[in-house]
Ligand binder design. Structure first.
Ligand SMILES: [Zn+2]
Ligand SMILES: [Zn+2]
Length: 584
């Protein structure tokens, strides 16, 4: 609806109806054709109270319902039947006994077929399904698979839709034709009637957590929506989060669909393209097989350091090292995108002895191309794969064996099937493991398992891991359950899911203002004895985009205690991050 306040026309949302109010009111001038359902508004209120943001902030996530009528005559025809193996059938029958369930299934164990069987069940009951996945997993392969079985009732929703595609997708949802809505976290907020099921694939994935206000976690919202809509929620992963593993019943779906085996070889070495790697790549190329090389860092190198005086080159606006991009001969900040030329001599001592550290994808591609000039080698990360179309084409080339080696970051490990890969090289695991984050062990191990799972889908494969922590990785690599059981003891009394964490951030161009805001809030928070102040002070990354950053980290048994304390102590500059996963 629209209403004029102080001479200006505003759009507004009716969130409640009451008999009378104590404040001054204006007439509604125009009633819109769009509206938010009662359940959407209930969800808006939950997000606003749990993640501590305004109702307006929470509302911006949602797409409203439309007043025009649904087309009742749409006939859903399922073109193809999904046939499950005995194991998959057993998993499905367990799953159907629970409202919220964790499908703990190895890569290649056939989780997707089980999801599709669930979608089929839902369509028979005239109910709708949301199929949530990390945006990066929303591949053309997945789209093809869904459309093959369900045809016209599938809607793909993602951030790279053109305005016209978006309108078309929404029309399909509005007229009631859409029964399966597949997409990233924003799909939760579409105007879907008769919701019966939410599948959260790769439920452990960090991309479900929003990094801007409201900083919600889509997996947790999906679980909440399950209760609100009385819908079934299925969480799927080969490496589930400790959170879901502890909270929900699970079924362990073991083994790949394909007969294959993997051999793990560890090399105790710092990140570099060692002779062992060159030798393995050579053998793979000689036998006309394919390789993937994973490392967590983009660009050529991260950090430029003066070998004589130790000066490091940081972004002028953020307190982080600049990444070196040889192709554009520039240093680029991956936090704020600030770019500058690579210096030839040290700005502090004039030495030309500038060295770079921490290998990146572009550098690996460059070095491999020098040694294997006949091979086709491609970089596969956010710097190169910038559109859905580029992703589609790169995957096509790799599956058609036009490409021999793919070198990439996390993007490499998500949801794609590579059939001809017999060598996976994994670099930089120790960098992930040594991060100061309570989840670093979980993150490093699950990355390794996810990458390894991309190799040997058809054939026997070798996984070469460069790490000084062979003991850690080798004891859990084939048995993630053992890791989760151990991790329980490590986290007990200190970390989620046993404790609630909340991070409060203060950022300002004037560092003193950010610091003052932090102190003001800290002093108020001290009064709350049921909330522990774990720490406060400068953030690990002190400055981003020219703003100085301070933080307070809170811990408690109950989120309600944290919420109460924050609401009573909040200062205007405070930015709340409930259940944080980023500590930089
Ligand atoms: Zn120097
Ligand atoms: Zn920067």
């Amino acid at each position: 609806m629209e209403v004029t306040i102080k001479g200006r026309l505003y759009s507004g949302v009716v969130i409640d109806e009451v008999q009378s109010v104590e404040f001054e009111t204006s007439e509604i001038e125009k009633v819109s054709d769009y509206f938010f359902s009662k359940k959407q508004l209930e969800l808006v209120k939950f997000i606003s109270s749990y993640y501590i943001c305004s109702l307006g902030d929470a509302l911006t996530l949602f797409i409203p319902f439309a007043n025009h009528a649904e087309d009742e005559n749409i006939n859903v025809v399922i073109t193809s039947n999904i046939v499950l193996s005995d194991k998959q059938t057993q998993a499905l029958s367990f799953l159907n006994k629970h409202k919220t369930f964790l499908l703990f299934g190895d890569t290649g164990s056939g989780k997707t077929e089980i999801y599709m069987k669930l979608f089929e069940q839902m369509i028979q009951e005239k109910k709708r399904s949301i199929f949530l996945m990390p945006e990066i997993s929303l591949t053309p392969q997945m789209q093809k698979r869904l459309e093959l079985h369900f045809g016209e009732v599938v809607v793909m929703w993602h951030s790279k839709l053109t305005p016209l595609q978006k309108k078309k997708a929404l029309d399909t949802i509005y007229n009631g034709q859409a029964y399966i809505i597949a997409g990233p976290r924003s799909s939760l907020f579409l105007p879907i009637k008769n919701l019966g099921l939410i599948v959260v694939d790769e439920e452990h994935d960090d991309s479900y957590k929003s990094s801007s206000r409201p900083r919600y976690n889509a997996r947790d919202i999906a679980i909440y929506m399950g209760k609100l809509y009385d819908a079934q929620v299925v969480l799927g992963s080969a490496t589930p989060s400790l959170n879901s593993y502890i909270k929900f019943p699970h079924y362990r779906l073991k083994g790949g669909h394909f007969e294959s085996s993997r051999v793990f070889i560890y090399e105790a070495s710092a990140e570099s393209l060692s002779p062992l790697i060159y030798d393995s790549v050579q053998k793979t190329l000689d036998s006309k097989q394919q390789a993937i090389i994973f490392l967590p860092t983009r660009a050529n190198f991260k950090y430029l350091i003066c070998g004589d005086c130790g000066h490091t080159y940081e972004c002028s606006f953020c307190s982080v090292g600049m990444s070196i991009h040889q192709k554009t001969r520039a240093m680029k900040c991956h936090y704020c995108n600030f770019t500058q030329a690579i210096p030839q001599v040290c700005s502090e001592c004039g030495s030309s002895n500038l060295t770079s550290s921490r290998l990146g994808t572009a550098q690996v591609v460059h070095e491999l191309k020098e040694s294997f000039s006949q091979a086709k080698i491609e970089q596969f990360d956010r710097d190169v794969i910038t559109t859905q179309n580029k992703l589609k084409k790169a995957l096509q080339r790799f599956n058609d064996k036009e490409t021999d080696i793919l070198v990439g970051t996390q993007m490499l490990s998500k949801g794609h099937d590579y059939h001809g890969v017999t060598l996976a090289v994994v670099l930089g695991m120790d960098n992930l493991l040594n991060q100061s984050d309570y989840r670093s062990r979980e993150k490093a191990l699950s990355s390794l398992i996810q990458v390894a799972g991309r190799s040997g889908r058809m054939k026997n494969a070798k996984v070469l891991v460069q790490s000084f922590n062979e003991d850690f990785f080798s004891s859990y690599i084939e048995n993630y359950e053992d890791f989760l059981e151990e991790e329980k003891f490590f986290r007990k009394d200190l970390y989620p899911p046993f404790k609630k964490l909340c991070r409060v951030l203060f950022a300002h161009k004037n560092g003193l203002k950010a610091q003052e805001a932090m102190h003001t809030m800290y002093n108020k928070l001290r009064a709350f004895t049921n909330v522990e102040i774990v720490g406060y002070g400068k953030c690990a990354v002190e400055r981003v985009a020219n703003k100085y950053r301070y933080e307070i980290l809170l811990r408690s048994d109950k989120s309600t205690d944290i919420i109460k304390a924050i609401i009573a102590s909040k200062v205007p500059l405070a930015e709340i991050d409930m259940d944080p996963i980023e500590f930089g």
